[in-house]
Design a binder for this molecule. Structure first.
Ligand SMILES: Cc1cc2nc3c(=O)[nH]c(=O)nc-3n(C[C@H](O)[C@H](O)[C@H](O)COP(=O)(O)O)c2cc1C
Length: 173
């Protein structure tokens, strides 16, 4: 019997969808049957992959609702966000997402990579007063400018390797 997984994808501008496509391809290659998740329904599969975009340093609202409907599942989360995956802020996001998932499920891990934001949004944020929490300083501009190149093929490869590493069965070897 082929192992099965449920895949949840939430993406507004396509960044997370690109990561999710890579995830689907690697699961297929490894012999998994993938079912598309339905909002509001706890998946029948034990293994669930949540592809989310980051909002307010956590899951986006739809992904939050989906995770709330899951119970007793092994959940692997992959998200795109505006931060650097190696930065301190990424730790905060991973912690927030882990905490939400662990409310009723087991969190196997949280992968993050950068995703592009609207260019106009960068300009809007540069123009904000320095005292504003969303004001972009030099480092912020560098970060969001780099983000315009993501997710790239390497981000997708890292996501695929991450999924392979954390599969809850011997198929990862
Ligand atoms: C309303 C809104 C709120 C956002 N909040 C955050 C945030 O809190 N932290 C962050 O790092 N990125 C934030 N972002 C950036 C998105 O997470 C990022 O652009 C993501 O890659 C979008 O994914 P998508 O293309 O799949 O929709 C926000 C974007 C929007 C539109």
């Amino acid at each position: 019997m082929r192992p099965t997984a449920t895949l949840w994808v939430s993406s507004i501008t396509g960044n997370t969808a690109k990561i999710a496509e890579g995830v689907r391809a690697v699961l297929d290659e490894l012999g998994w049957d993938v079912h598309d998740a339905q909002l509001g329904q706890c998946p029948a599969d034990d293994f669930v992959i949540v592809c989310f975009w980051c909002r307010k340093s956590s899951l986006d609202p739809k992904s939050m609702r989906f995770v709330e409907s899951c119970s007793g599942r092994k959940v692997l989360a992959l998200g795109t966000f505006a931060g650097f995956p190696q930065g301190k802020y990424a730790d905060l996001v991973r912690n927030n997402v882990t905490t939400l998932i662990e409310q009723g499920n087991e969190c196997l891990g949280v992968y993050l990579c950068q995703g592009k934001v609207r260019k106009e949004r960068i300009e809007e944020r540069v123009a904000l007063p320095e005292s504003h929490p969303h004001h972009l300083d030099k480092w912020g501009i560098l970060r969001l400018t780099e983000g315009q190149k993501h997710p790239n093929d390497t981000d997708v490869l890292y996501a695929q390797a991450f999924v392979r590493d954390y599969l809850p069965s011997p198929e990862n070897h």
